[in-house]
Design a protein around this ligand. Structure first.
Ligand code: SF4
Length: 153
């Protein structure tokens, strides 16, 4: 399914998803309005359209060295996020995480292994802060289990 969801860049990360080596893909056109946003450039309509072919091209160098595909953002195109999640899970058998800046669960949580919900609030801090407003879930057999505490070691 060709879409218009775009990404700016992708990086290997170790801390966003516990115990996973993730390729984190930064989606642009962010519709959220977090005060103290750490990535204002992600509000712009920039980057490359994340088609299935682009996912293939992006993943090619990393097959065998990553365990998770982490979609950072994409709240403006939720159905495309779910499509990419399904595509990566089915074709590459990788785990899939979604970092959303909103509190709304996707329609089909089974497309994901991990879901982070909630906007960034500077005074509350991110997931590593015990005061955080953000929530991190592991999806297990269609059930979302709040495991935010794993970031508080
Ligand atoms: S979700 Fe919030 S912190 Fe992330 S890019 Fe959008 S406004 Fe910025």
């Amino acid at each position: 399914m060709p879409g218009q969801m775009k990404y700016y860049n992708a990086d290997i990360v170790f801390q966003e998803v516990p115990d996973e080596i993730s390729l984190a893909v930064n989606i642009t056109n962010c519709p959220n309005d977090c005060i103290g946003c750490h990535s204002m450039y992600l509000h712009e309509d920039i980057g490359i359209v994340l088609t299935d072919n682009e996912v293939d091209r992006m993943l090619k160098p990393y097959i065998g060295s990553i365990t998770c595909f982490c979609i950072m953002g994409g709240d403006a195109c939720r159905s495309e996020v779910e499509h990419v999640a399904d595509y990566v899970k089915t074709k590459y058998r990788l785990k899939v995480a979604w970092y959303s800046g909103q509190y709304r669960m996707p329609d089909n949580i089974s497309s994901f292994d991990y879901i982070k919900l909630g906007p960034y609030v500077k005074e509350k801090g991110g997931l590593r802060s015990k005061n955080t407003n953000q929530l991190f879930f592991q999806i297990d057999n269609g059930t979302a289990i709040d495991i935010t505490h794993v970031f508080w070691k």
